[in-house]
Design a protein around this ligand. Sequence first.
Ligand code: IPD
Ligand code: CA
Ligand code: CA
Length: 265
Amino acid sequence: MQPSLTIATRAARAAGRLILRYFERVDQLQIQAKTRNDFVSEVDRAAEDAIIQELKSKYPNHAFLAEESGPRGRSDFEWIIDPLDGTTNYLHGFPQFSVSIALRVRGRLECGLVYDPLREEMFTAERGGGAQLNDRRIRVANLTGLEGALIGTGFPFRDQRHIDTYLSMFRTILQNTAGIRRPGSAALDLAYVACGRTDGFWELGLAEWDMAAGALLVSEAGGRVSDLAGGDRFFVTGNIIGGNLKVHRALLQALQPHLSEVLSA
Ligand code: IPD
Ligand code: CA
Ligand code: CA
């Protein structure tokens, strides 16, 4: 494992310990609404501080793009951090959330991890080096299309403009697959595609920190991620599709007709 990924796993475990320490008493946490349906707690901030502190101690000149503190510094080396992905779950005591950390070097994802502290599952990927779950190699599932597929997704709870487009997509996927899951942590949803627990995933309106590590996991596990036009602008549009090559193509074909004119791909 390259040194930067080793440091990142250390940072993620530190954040995970903090997240678990507060999990039993979430009702006592200080919570603020960032926008409608979008909450942040003192745990999100403390976990983010712990991650940045750990990374900075080793890489003082790197830049950071973290959900709660925004962009910091300028460098060819940029860490993209979601300290707690699945905050709504967490605040309800619903046991599905993760820590997501990725390193982008000159615009290209170099390594990344998604860590589930409850299950002690550490998903890691390095560009050209494959993807692992707790050090064991993982691969995407080998289904050949949507029939029989289990597809992960996320609901557009924040941006109401996406609802109609999303619901027509939802109907199509529901009618053509074995089922849909909405676990509530996009980073972990992508990690589940990478290890074959789901066959594919799509969501609209995500942020870079929700997708960065998970996107690398899927491609290093032999799958494909793209925006809804089949291109690689998902960091720009926030809309992402992932799966093995065949499921990805089938999802793209099924979802594209529903793209409304107001929604960029
Ligand atoms: C959210 C989760 C959720 C997804 C949302 C994200 P947060 O991240 O990934 O699954 O549907 O769009 O914002 O706010 O819990 O870090
Ligand atoms: Ca997130
Ligand atoms: Ca978050």
